[in-house]
Design a protein around this ligand. Structure first.
Ligand SMILES: Nc1nc2c(ncn2[C@@H]2O[C@H](COP(=O)(O)OP(=O)(O)O)[C@@H](O)[C@H]2O)c(=O)[nH]1
Ligand SMILES: [Mg+2]
Length: 220
């Protein structure tokens, strides 16, 4: 575990960025590609990771960090696959930070992992500011959050590498226009990759798996 000196009047985000840089170094030293999965409560973060473990768990060695105010519930959903899992309780904090993740990395068998999924705390505001050392930032939103959810939260989409618009199977029932959400994300961030998905029907999931594999090739 590293220590870092924090001068008086320090900038929290600057210190976080330094710790994130160290996390990234540790991940790369072990050839691990890490994904920071962000999104509101109930958008499908845990289910996305579960289904990815089901699809890729035989060919890649996957680990997971579940971050939540009470992390053990999502952690148990990952542990049932027999993969190395760490639950990080944030208590009253609404996001993970690089220091917490550093602790998580310290507990994981880094030598025997290829891929790490970090599920962030469910909201679209605080996680946007905190680098964790990840290679890819993924934001998953569901159509049931309302099709103005993207334009209302520009910051998180401006830093994301990929937006997944999930639950398109229920778009009609909740009167949501998934294409508007996609358009809004591209207006905020022209470089962002976009996927429309239903984790229930499987639509868009193959494209997600391609994104994960490509990300591994680039960082591995
Ligand atoms: N209809 C539908 N339900 C989904 C979809 N994806 C996730 N869910 C459901 O949404 C709920 C929240 O999912 P979960 O992965 O726990 O969300 P998290 O809070 O973001 O981790 C669960 O009941 C899932 O079964 C989807 O594509 N379509
Ligand atoms: Mg979850």
């Amino acid at each position: 575990m590293h220590t870092i000196e924090v001068p008086i009047g320090y900038d929290v985000l600057e210190v976080n960025s330094e710790l994130a840089r160290r996390n990234r170094e540790a991940l790369e030293k072990h050839g691990i590609t890490a994904f920071n999965i962000m999104g509101a409560i109930g958008s499908g973060k845990t289910l996305l990771i579960e289904k990815t473990i089901e699809r890729l768990g035989k060919s890649l060695r996957i680990g997971a960090i579940a971050g939540d105010v009470i992390a053990r519930i999502d952690a148990a959903r990952f542990e049932k696959y027999g993969i190395p899992t760490i639950g990080l309780n944030t208590g009253k904090e609404c996001h993970l930070d690089a220091h917490l993740v550093e602790h998580g990395l310290g507990e994981l068998p880094l030598d025997s992992l290829d891929l790490l999924f970090i599920e962030n705390v469910g909201n679209l505001i605080c996680p946007a500011d905190f680098e964790l050392g990840e290679h890819k930032k993924v934001v998953i939103v569901s159509v049931s959050e309302g099709d103005d959810i993207v334009e209302k939260h520009p910051l998180i989409f401006s830093v994301a590498d990929l937006i997944i618009v999930n639950k398109i199977d229920i778009a009609e029932a909740v009167n949501a226009d998934a294409d508007k959400m996609v358009k809004d994300a591209r207006l905020i961030n022209p470089r962002i990759d976009v996927l429309k998905m239903s984790l229930k029907t499987g639509e868009g999931f193959d494209e997600w798996i391609s994104f994960v594999k490509k990300s591994c090739e680039r960082t591995g």
